[in-house]
Design a binder for this molecule. Structure first.
Ligand code: GDP
Ligand code: CA
Length: 327
């Protein structure tokens, strides 16, 4: 390949941002300095919500803060060294959700975003503007400009916003299904389909397959774009040793009738040669026994260390994914 490769990553928040950091580091290790020109991240916006009059984009913010190096690595969300004065005041007013903390610095982000949305910028334009503050070393695109916030429909038919189900109830209420109202009429955000079409590699981050990658793939024309690209499509298993690593993705998988295993998630995405999306699937050494099953799906299995417990391991995983895609 001549010149800098063009990489597209589909990502959710926590697993997504660790992986994106790893891919950025792997590109730098290959001597690519302008990683912003090489790396495009298509981010899940199914987690987004309106709260206390402001627009929150949890996965977008997790990735932005992580790339900027200003994320709270201990808590796993929000800004490093944040305070909660405004949050306390909101609670005194009885506004917002008492179980959903908004840090002061984080609220600055939400206010800036909401202000720009209010004067008519699209979510993609807002994100473009927000990407200038820090040297992110990546271009971030929302999956769509449409508001398609994920709703959890419980088995008794009641409905709640994904964030309420996830954060307040810790995914303990049995879901019947997940919905993104209006997504059938949505389109990929400007630049998304083009980036996929022109990519040398498309990487599916080890994010929640149902509520992070699921909404991205549910945007009309997204699957077609992934199936049509000349780039290799490489996925990374979020399941290691038959278990979810962090979070409660197993509950989401069970709700849509998918087993919590590396091969079942590969089957959910499917093989490109058989109406699905994947050319290769990175699965953990702990799941080596599932490699044959993945091969049987028509997907090339590659057994690699998948733990992203520090920057070096994340970078090694990023490099393994690039290698798998042949870039
Ligand atoms: P969220 O949007 O914050 O829930 O985060 P994501 O959807 O991006 O990522 C959540 C998923 O990341 C979980 O299902 C985990 O199984 C997966 N994950 C977290 N840490 C790791 C890791 O170190 N390695 C791998 N392979 N997957 C991970
Ligand atoms: Ca998320």
């Amino acid at each position: 390949m001549t010149g800098s490769p063009r990489i597209v990553v589909l990502a959710g928040g926590v697993g997504g941002s660790r992986f994106v950091l790893g891919v950025r580091a792997a590109l730098r290790a290959r001597g690519i300095d302008d990683t912003a020109a090489a790396l495009t991240v298509v981010v899940n916006t199914g987690d987004d919500l309106w709260l206390s009059g402001v627009r929150l984009q949890p996965d977008v913010d997790s990735i932005t803060y992580a790339l900027a190096g200003v994320n709270d690595t201990e808590r796993g969300w929000g800004r490093q060294g944040d305070s909660e004065r405004v949050n306390h005041e909101l609670q005194e007013w009885g506004a917002g959700w008492p179980w959903f903390t908004l840090g002061d610095l984080d609220l600055g982000t939400h206010l800036a975003r909401t202000g720009w949305l209010r004067v008519g910028l699209t979510p993609a334009q807002v994100l473009e503007r927000m990407s200038h503050r820090w040297d992110l070393g990546a271009r971030l695109l929302p999956m769509t400009d449409a508001e398609v916030d994920t709703v959890v429909v419980l088995q008794d038919g009641s409905r709640l916003h994904f964030q309420e189900w996830w954060t307040r109830h810790r995914a303990t209420l049995a879901p019947a299904r997940f919905e993104n109202a209006g997504i059938e009429a949505a389109a990929p955000a400007p630049g998304v389909a083009e980036a996929i079409a022109e990519a040398d590699a498309v990487l599916i981050a080890p994010s929640n397959p149902v509520v992070s990658i699921g909404p991205i793939l549910a945007v009309p024309r997204m699957r077609e774009a992934l199936r049509a690209t000349d780039a290799s499509v490489v996925g990374v298993s979020p399941i290691i040793g038959g278990k979810v690593v962090r979070g409660m993705a197993d509950v989401c998988l069970t709700a849509i009738g998918v087993e919590t295993s590396a091969s079942a998630v590969a089957a959910l995405y499917g093989a490109r040669e058989r109406d699905g999306l994947l050319d290769s699937w990175l699965l953990a050494e702990e799941d080596e026994a599932a490699a044959d099953e993945v091969a049987g799906l028509g997907i090339r299995p590659l057994v690699r260390p998948l733990w992203m417990t520090d920057a070096a391991r994340s970078a090694a995983l990023g490099a393994a994914a690039l290698d798998a895609a042949g870039v």
